[in-house]
Design a protein around this ligand. Structure first.
Ligand SMILES: [Zn+2]
Ligand SMILES: [Zn+2]
Ligand SMILES: [Zn+2]
Ligand SMILES: [Zn+2]
Length: 311
């Protein structure tokens, strides 16, 4: 399961595919699926008879198929088994609990009851302590500052999400990213055939500084018709935290120099978004080759930089 208790899409899909596959010999995991949250909700509370707690209510609102909270329209089969609209669209009109025909029955009573309750943010386990009325919960969760971050590694599809410590470990262990301590850096980018440009040419280096992590991106792409190199910094944390820092980048050679000063972007902004906004040091390829010296046959760029904290 993904960090933060989020069931990923693959899991949901495989689960539903499994239920669709009616062999007449229900496997144990199928029986377990039929039981858990649904039965928990349907069994009368043993602790406090007469007092329906919010957590019992929350169990009732969990979809028995995907285990996420249901929002209207909530559906039910003729036998009363409830189902979220997302799962209903995928189960081909057959109730995943009783296998009966699903039909088109709304569960208005449950939708109404839901209006009256308040629920904790789904990122509670990641530190969010807020509680919200049922209907405003999704809006908060979309922007909750405790929601997991996407892996900042670009250039390859990576679906890993999590908090910052998890992602730092992930970058080091899975992507073998270079990690450096310190707030100043000197980096060399060398490419033997700089004519060969494709959007996959890029590098990522991570700096540990002020106890936080900064991602230095360096890449090649076409800006309009012109081949360019671009370097920029992303901060592993929220937008607000990112604004507490500044950075500078410097590249040059042959007696010339380009400098850039900017504010690191939060990794909440995708790598692509930062690149498209051109919020970084952009070097035209011709200039880059000039900086590289020699016969302009090889790219040898020295990028130096510094990160500091604004007062
Ligand atoms: Zn569902
Ligand atoms: Zn049913
Ligand atoms: Zn939250
Ligand atoms: Zn990754």
């Amino acid at each position: 399961m993904a960090p933060g208790g989020i069931i990923n899409k693959e899991e949901i899909e495989s689960r539903i595919a499994y239920l669709d596959h009616d062999t007449g010999h229900p496997a144990t995991s199928n029986a377990e699926l039929r039981g858990s949250p649904f039965r928990k909700a349907a069994t009368p509370s043993t602790g406090n008879p007469g007092k329906q707690s919010t957590s019992n209510m929350q169990d009732l609102l969990d979809c028995p198929v995907c285990f996420t909270i249901m929002y209207p329209p909530i559906f039910q089969c003729p036998n009363g088994h409830t189902l979220c609209s997302h799962c209903r669209a995928r189960v081909k009109n057959s109730c995943p609990i009783c296998r009966g025909e699903l039909g088109n029955i709304r569960c208005l009573a449950l939708e109404k009851i839901a209006e009256s309750i308040e629920l904790p943010c789904k990122y509670q386990s990641m530190g969010c302590c807020d509680i919200f009325p049922y209907y405003s919960k999704p809006k908060h969760e979309k922007n909750c500052k405790y929601r997991p971050y996407n892996c900042p590694y670009a250039g390859a599809e990576c679906s890993v999400t999590g908090d910052i410590p998890l992602l730092v470990k992930h970058l080091r262990n899975e992507h073998k990213v270079d990690m450096h301590d310190g707030c100043t850096f000197n980096h060399r980018y060398v490419k033997s055939d700089p004519r060969e440009i494709d959007n996959a040419t890029w590098m990522l280096t991570v700096f540990n500084c002020f106890g936080r992590q900064f991602c230095l991106h360096f890449e090649t792409f076409h800006l309009g018709m012109s081949p360019v190199y671009m370097a920029f910094l992303r901060f592993m944390g929220t937008e607000d935290e990112a604004r507490e820092f500044s950075y500078s980048l410097e590249v040059g050679g042959n007696g010339r120099k380009l400098t850039w000063q900017g504010v690191p972007r939060s990794i909440r902004d995708s790598h692509q978004k930062v690149r498209d906004s051109q919020d970084g040091l952009i070097i035209q390829r011709n200039l880059a080759l000039f900086f590289s010296g020699g016969e302009r046959q090889e790219l040898k760029l020295k990028v130096s930089g510094r990160i500091w904290k604004e007062q």
